[in-house]
Design a protein around this ligand. Structure first.
Ligand SMILES: [Zn+2]
Length: 244
């Protein structure tokens, strides 16, 4: 078997066992393996990777590894200018839209609360998720590394935390979404864009104390659910102010 030397940078080390983090280590591969296959065999999904240098030159995922290669692997940079070097993945998707895997219902609601377009259903299986990601150009959010290794998925993010609120912060930071937050613009239940509604038209749909307290409402054109900026939103806003 042939072997190469690898070094992973920054948060890509999250995916490695402690003995391999932040330093060079040797890894074996089969003749003819691509660099994508080698990197993923070590536990790092390709959706996390933005730049691969082999012996100092940038290469694509399809590059065939040679015995003795020195390979350095970099994560997706949001703010660092890397100039003319070839990134391994296509340009960032212009609009930030997501499809979430079946275990992320709470995160889907939190992202929708901030106005982000999120498809989520507990009936999506892996091939369905991959297909939606490709045809609708959506970023896959998942904690499942095997799912994110699928070649059909070009844009994805592997969540580190298993707590929904921490996952929300991860996503906002990773995709630099702070300026794109539009609270109360999207239905938490069906992802539809909300419409303005006046107090009179929603009076029958909200509790009496709410009708007395709030003047501004939004309603969902699809399911009819009514939204207002209640205490749950205040809590969320304080959490974001403290963490972003
Ligand atoms: Zn709705």
């Amino acid at each position: 078997m042939a072997s190469a030397t690898l070094r992973f940078y920054e948060e890509l080390n999250d995916f490695l066992p402690s003995g391999r983090r932040k330093k060079e280590f040797p890894a074996r591969f089969h003749e003819g393996d691509t660099v994508k296959a080698l990197i993923e065999s070590l536990g790092v999904p390709h959706t996390e990777v933005d730049l691969i240098l082999v012996n100092g030159r940038s290469v694509s995922f399809a590059h065939q590894v040679q015995h003795g290669d020195r390979i350095t692997v970099y994560p997706v940079f949001e703010s660092i200018e890397i100039g003319s070097i070839t990134r391994v993945r296509p340009e960032a998707l212009r609009s930030t839209r997501f499809v979430l895997d079946v275990h992320l219902g709470r995160l889907a609601k939190l992202l929708r609360m901030l106005g982000f377009d999120c498809l989520y259903s507990n009936s999506y299986d892996d091939s369905c998720l991959s297909r939606i990601s490709r045809t609708e150009r959506r970023i896959v959010l998942s904690r499942d590394r095997e799912l994110l290794k699928r070649s059909i998925i070009t844009h994805g993010y592997c969540l580190r935390s298993d707590k929904a609120m921490d996952q929300l912060l991860e996503v906002l930071q990773r995709f630099d979404l702070r300026e794109k937050i539009r609270p109360f613009s999207r239905c938490l239940r069906c992802n539809s864009i909300l419409k303005d509604a006046d107090g009179v038209s929603v009076a029958d749909s909200v509790p009496e104390y709410v009708a007395r307290t709030y003047d501004h409402y939004k309603s969902c054109p699809d399911c009819g659910r009514v939204y207002w900026r209640g205490s749950h939103w205040e809590k969320m806003r304080r959490m974001l102010d403290a963490n972003l």
